[in-house]
Design a protein around this ligand. Structure first.
Ligand code: HEC
Length: 139
């Protein structure tokens, strides 16, 4: 079950991302915003998958650790790919959602932590959608 969930998320994330890639590969696209280094991207996906696994197993201490990793990643310089106000806003919301997971996990509130996780996943998609819009606008 947990394998299936992780796999589902992986496919989900890959699909979301392939949309971003396709938009970036249109022939007439001018220089796209500088891509996020592979390391940070890979770690973001991994921490998110580990977080889902931890929450699925009700391992709240591990969930808090994974969410903390996401906060740290979101503070790295490499995270700031475009300078739009919306990108900054979404990054702040992402951090707030990850903080919710940390706090609720520490308070042993599994439901609260799960809700924070849902917010995090929505923000993955919202931000990637924003990136597609930024690309469209720069044509
Ligand atoms: C605030 C914005 C933002 C949020 C939130 C965000 N991402 Fe991203 N993500 C990006 C940007 C920017 C890129 C690079 C896109 C590009 O340049 O084409 C990216 C790329 C990726 C990639 C592609 C990696 C590769 O090798 O090409 C993956 C996977 C990814 N994100 C996963 C996630 C996951 C999982 C989440 C949620 C836990 C998430 N992202 C949340 C901005 C964000």
């Amino acid at each position: 079950m947990k394998r299936l969930l992780s796999l589902g998320l992986l496919v989900f994330c890959c699909l979301a991302q392939s949309g971003v890639q396709v938009a970036g590969q249109q022939p007439a696209t001018p220089a796209p915003p500088k891509p996020l280094p592979k390391g940070v991207m890979q770690q973001k996906l991994e921490s998110c998958q580990k977080l889902l696994e931890a929450l699925s197993l009700n391992d709240l201490p591990k969930a808090a650790d994974c969410a903390q990793d996401l906060i740290i990643l979101s503070q790295k310089a490499e995270w700031k790919v475009v300078a739009t106000p919306r990108y900054k806003e979404l990054s702040n919301e992402f951090r707030a959602a990850a903080e919710q997971v940390v706090n609720q996990s520490k308070a042993k509130n599994a439901d609260g932590a799960a809700l924070g996780y849902l917010d995090i996943s929505m923000l993955c998609f919202k931000c990637h959608k924003h990136m597609r819009e930024v690309r469209m606008a720069s044509r």
